[in-house]
Design a protein around this ligand. Structure first.
Ligand code: AMP
Length: 537
């Protein structure tokens, strides 16, 4: 017997309507590149979204499922563009501005973007690649100044868009399984891969994330995690569902700028990767300052270190909520939320518990398996490949014909983990050959391929090793004659092939590199051997 309840599609246009009807007078704050702060009403901003949608539909000719790209920081313009694109039934494609030109060209062409919204700071970036794009797509610069370009003909300023009279009267009615947004990840081998979220997956994730983060009607959340990186962990949608106040930080994310923002606006929940919090904690300690308004810092993207958990607690009375997830998971998978059980523990035991990535959210199944895909015991000792399953987890990459999950629907995260008897999970290693520096991916394989192109290098291997500020940095090991290899020259050579922030922190000459039976480089051994190399420098 089936239940007798209504069908009511879980879509983002409904979420926008809901916010317009119920939270129109609620406010959020956005900081511009010049540092100025401005308060906005959600109702007013969503009205702007209607104007943008009208402009996209009538002036640019955007239709259902067309990709609308953004390259922007966390600010009011970006937020308005988010809801304009998704609300009209297009697919919002958020692009990471730290990608280097070849990747940017690849992604825009692969996604078949029909228009790109960009922050004025990134105009040179898009001008630099414009001639390599498959189509001369329109560019909309997120500024209220006049704008022109010698390279791009069809360029508009946000001012033109807002002046548009072609307002959208009603948001689209769309199937809950339709695509809503697209985000590429470089956390895989080969070219970046697209993850295409649906309306339903986004709404389900938003419900789960709101509960897990513990927002309430009084919350003010500062998402330092970028809106181009998995939708800032879902915060724009959480804001529309709950009416909370968002504090959008703009481009300045150093310790001093963040402190000033926090001190002025008094948010209670902060969200971001460990590197950002390291910058903030250093600034606070150098200037003898504390965080008075903050209750919780949500940390993910890389492991939160014990020392950081302790410092937030002891110096600032702030609970560090450690979370884990990935682009392919919308992103939230597990979280170590504050609980009575945790808060009653001895501090040292609690901090140790908080280094675990936490318990799965309802909607995320987790398990660990051995090399033969046998499920491992949840004993806190056995560790193996971490697999996940659930309604906001990707089944296949954008435009890929094959499923990324196994026959039983499990997706291999590329992380290696232990699950404890109480259900909590800890990441112990990464099986994938990519390096995460300050929350962003570096491809070891691309770097190796670039390095072997240098005449004196016979073989190259790049491993990620722990770094005090960036969490992980690339170390390049080369089989080469140490007496003749010019490391400066090699670095210059690499600089012409990859983004500057990808350059290895050190180059080490070796006589040979370790290989397994199939000829594969044994990177685990090298990571172990050099794990203190950059920590000691
Ligand atoms: P991304 O798709 O860029 O968000 O990266 C996801 C990957 O980042 C995961 O598969 C992990 O390798 C890593 N990651 C995310 N959160 C954590 C965490 N709390 N601890 C350790 N690694 C993490």
């Amino acid at each position: 017997m089936k239940g007798n309840m209504m069908e009511w599609g879980l879509t983002i246009p409904k979420l926008i309507n809901f916010a317009e009807e119920n939270f129109a007078d609620n406010t959020f704050v956005s900081r511009s590149a010049d540092g100025s702060l401005k308060s906005y009403k959600y109702g007013h901003s969503l009205q702007n979204s209607r104007k943008i949608a009208g402009f996209l539909k009538n002036k640019i000719g955007i239709n259902l499922t067309d990709r609308v790209a953004t390259i922007a920081w966390n600010d009011s313009y970006h937020l308005e563009t988010y809801f304009a694109a998704i609300g009209m039934g297009a697919v919002l494609h958020t692009i990471n501005p730290r990608l280097f030109p070849e990747q940017l060209i690849y992604i825009i062409n692969h996604a078949e973007d029909k228009v790109v919204f960009i922050d004025p700071l990134f105009l040179p970036l898009i001008e630099g690649v414009y001639s390599k794009l498959d189509h001369k797509i329109p560019i909309i610069v997120l500024t209220e100044e006049e704008i022109s370009s010698e390279v791009i003909d069809n360029i508009y300023s946000y001012k033109d868009v807002l002046a548009s009279e072609e307002i959208i009267e009603s948001w689209v009615e769309i199937d809950e399984d339709a695509a809503a947004s697209l985000c590429y990840t470089s956390g895989t081998t080969g070219n970046p891969k697209g993850v295409l979220y649906s309306h339903k997956s986004t709404i389900l994730h938003t419900w789960a994330a709101s509960g897990a983060i513990g927002v309430n009607s009084m919350s003010m959340v500062l998402p330092v995690v970028p809106m181009f990186h998995v939708n800032a962990w879902g915060t724009p949608y959480i804001a529309l569902m709950t009416g909370i106040k968002l504090l959008l930080p703009g481009p300045a994310l150093d310790g001093a700028s963040l402190y000033e923002l926090i001190d002025t606006e008094k948010p209670d929940i902060l969200m971001g990767v460990p590197t950002v919090w390291l910058g903030l904690l250093n600034y606070l300690s150098e200037n003898d300052l504390t965080l008075s308004s903050v209750n919780q810092v949500m940390v993910g993207g890389s492991a939160a270190p014990y020392a950081m958990i302790k410092e937030f607690d002891e110096k600032h009375d702030v609970f560090l909520t450690h979370g884990w997830g990935m682009t392919e998971m919308s992103p939230l998978g597990t979280m170590m939320q504050p609980t009575r059980r945790l808060l009653e523990m001895k501090k040292d035991d609690r901090y140790n518990m908080q280094t675990r990535q936490g318990f799965p959210l309802f909607g995320v199944d987790i398990k660990t398996v051995d090399e033969e895909n046998n499920t491992l015991p949840r004993d806190g000792v056995a560790n193996g490949a971490l697999k996940v399953r659930g309604p906001w987890i990707m089944e296949s990459y954008f435009k890929s014909d094959s499923k990324s999950s196994d026959k039983k629907g499990w997706f291999d995260t590329g992380d290696v983990a232990t699950i404890f008897p109480d259900g909590s999970m800890q990441i112990v290693d990464r099986a994938k050959d990519v390096i995460k520096s300050g929350g962003e991916w570096i491809s070891s394989i691309d770097l190796e391929n670039a390095a072997v192109g240098y005449s004196d290098v016979q073989e190259a291997c790049v491993v990620g090793v722990p770094h005090p500020k960036w969490d992980e940095r690339p170390l390049l090991l080369v089989v080469a004659d140490e007496s003749t290899l010019n490391k400066e020259d090699l670095l210059k050579f690499l600089e012409s092939k990859v983004a500057k922030w990808w350059l290895p922190d050190d180059i080490i000459c070796v006589s040979e590199l370790p290989h397994g039976a199939t000829g594969k480089l044994l990177k685990v051994e090298l990571r172990e051997e050099y794990k203190n190399h950059l920590m000691e420098k």
